[in-house]
Design a protein around this ligand. Structure first.
Ligand code: GDP
Ligand code: ZN
Length: 324
């Protein structure tokens, strides 16, 4: 007798989805009807219409068969998605499409090192915008290698993010400092964890749980090699509950589907000043009566954060012109 079960998609590879249920994992394919509906809706657009139908992090209902395989009958509505834009060259034109990286992430964990490599705050700002855009409820900054410099020195850079409301956790995979706190943060949640290479992500995750870092890294390598048709994505389970994913796509993400004016909302420190600008369509770059520029001059907005804002705004405006 086939069973109907609800579960979580924990792995996707070449059209196969591994679904974790209370009765174990099943390797599933999508019911043909789901694909046909998607194809009908997206007939006018290019590319594989099934690409974003189902992703890791999706909650689904499956028909489970005896041989541990199954069929995905329904994909439950998503609370949120983290996606990237995917540029497709078609003849003379370029087309930008959404590519879902992960569905329903609870938490974003951005890992940097306090030194070796030197932290790049502009890169962090870009990740924070992405997490704000996706409305990820918990955003966590982790600064590793705190064994290498005094905490006060690290604070000159990272206290700013605390003031903005982003919790900052100092860790050391070497001494074990902060590792229990990180484990507690990850437990029971679906976290996307990312950061530049060399900051100690693998070492930290191995400290959280033996083998965890290696497992995450292996998937991350497979994903970066994959082309659209063979994308391999996977959530790595924590022994205390919850999952971690490192998807390399996040690191090179372009800010998908953000309109230039919308960016204001994703800078928590710029957002409060915008309503006082003289012009409703102020770009905060040069306009007279700009309340954002005034706040930067008064020292109420960090100049580095303002620079990040201008850079992202320019990037968005350029890509916007390309494809509108
Ligand atoms: P990943 O690329 O982010 O996964 O970084 P790795 O975990 O591979 O670490 C990169 C290098 O930094 C390795 O040589 C680690 O031994 C070293 N490393 C990682 N964590 C720490 C730490 O907390 N303190 C110090 N001093 N070195 C660390
Ligand atoms: Zn302005």
């Amino acid at each position: 007798m086939p069973l109907t079960l609800d579960g979580l998609v924990i792995k996707q590879q070449s059209g196969f989805f591994t679904v974790q249920t209370e009765r174990g994992a099943y390797v599933c394919q999508l019911r043909g009807r789901i694909k046909e509906e998607a194809a009908r809706k997206r007939r006018k657009t290019a590319g594989d219409p099934t690409l974003n139908l189902c992703a890791i992090g999706d909650r689904v209902t499956i028909t489970a068969l005896e041989d541990r395989t199954g069929v995905i009958e329904a994909i439950h509505p998503r609370e949120r998605v983290l996606s990237r834009s995917d540029i497709e060259e078609r003849g003379a034109g370029r087309q930008e499409r959404e590519q879902i990286i992960i569905a329903n992430p609870d938490q974003a964990v951005f890992v940097l090192a306090v030194i070796n490599p030197m932290p790049k705050p502009r890169g962090l700002d870009r990740l924070l915008v992405m997490a704000e855009k996706a409305q990820i409820p918990s955003i966590q900054v982790v600064c590793n290698k705190i064994d290498l410099i005094p905490r006060e020195e690290a604070d000159t850079l990272f206290a700013l993010y605390r003031r903005l409301g982003y919790p900052v956790l100092y860790t050391s995979a070497r001494t074990g400092e902060g590792v229990d706190e990180l484990r507690a943060l990850l437990t029971g949640r679906l976290s996307v964890l990312t950061g530049p290479s060399g900051v100690g992500k693998t070492s930290l995750l191995n400290a959280v749980q033996p083998g965890l870092g290696r497992a995450v890294r292996a998937v991350s390598r497979a994903t970066s090699k994959g082309r659209h048709t063979t994308v391999h994505r996977e959530l790595i389970p924590l022994s205390g509950g919850g999952y971690v994913a490192d998807t390399p796509g996040i690191r090179t993400i372009s800010i998908w589907d953000v309109e230039p004016g919308e960016l204001d909302a994703y800078f928590v420190d710029i957002r409060p000043f915008v309503r006082d600008c003289a012009f409703a369509d102020c770009t905060h770059a040069h306009e007279p009566g700009c309340a954002v520029i005034a706040a930067v001059e008064r020292g109420e907005i960090d100049p580095g954060r303002y620079e990040s804002y201008l850079r992202l705004r320019e990037e968005i405006e350029n890509s916007y012109e390309d494809w509108v």
